[in-house]
Design a protein around this ligand. Structure first.
Ligand code: CO
Length: 134
């Protein structure tokens, strides 16, 4: 069911420092910071030949990454995102298998303008999983 790895999201306490590490130490191409207020994050995209890394920093008062950074002060991997062809079919398949979809189970429009869902980390090896309709 899952297809390409779309991105790995890393929550970081200092966005400019993280971008500098990826740009200057690892030699990657990094974007300018982009505020995504509807998602409660500022993001920098690291473009790799086969996928993306998204450096996430909290934006606003109820950011979904603020609590994560309280528990992981140096930052860490926040979620992985896999592409699916049909997000409703994927959701229904997962529900039939007993996997928990977060929220009300209805896809939201994600950071790339495409429908996404998040799956409970306890069902997937302790990792928050995002599904994005490709
Ligand atoms: Co994501």
């Amino acid at each position: 069911m899952i297809d390409r790895l779309n991105h790995i999201a890393i929550a970081v306490p200092d966005l400019e420092a993280a971008a500098g590490q990826y740009r200057d130490v690892l030699g990657a191409r990094v974007s300018e910071p982009q505020d995504l207020p509807q998602h409660g994050v500022t993001v920098i995209f690291v473009e790799l030949p086969n996928t993306k890394i998204e450096l996430l920093h909290p934006l606003g008062d109820d950011s979904p990454v603020a609590g994560f950074l309280e528990r992981n002060a140096t930052g860490g991997i926040h979620h992985v995102c896999y592409e699916v062809d049909d997000i409703i079919a994927a959701r229904d398949h997962l529900a039939a298998k007993g996997a928990r979809v977060l929220g009300d189970g209805e896809p939201r429009i994600g950071a790339h303008g495409k429908p996404v869902l998040f799956l409970h980390p306890k069902d997937f090896c302790g990792t928050l999983v995002e599904l994005e309709q490709a």
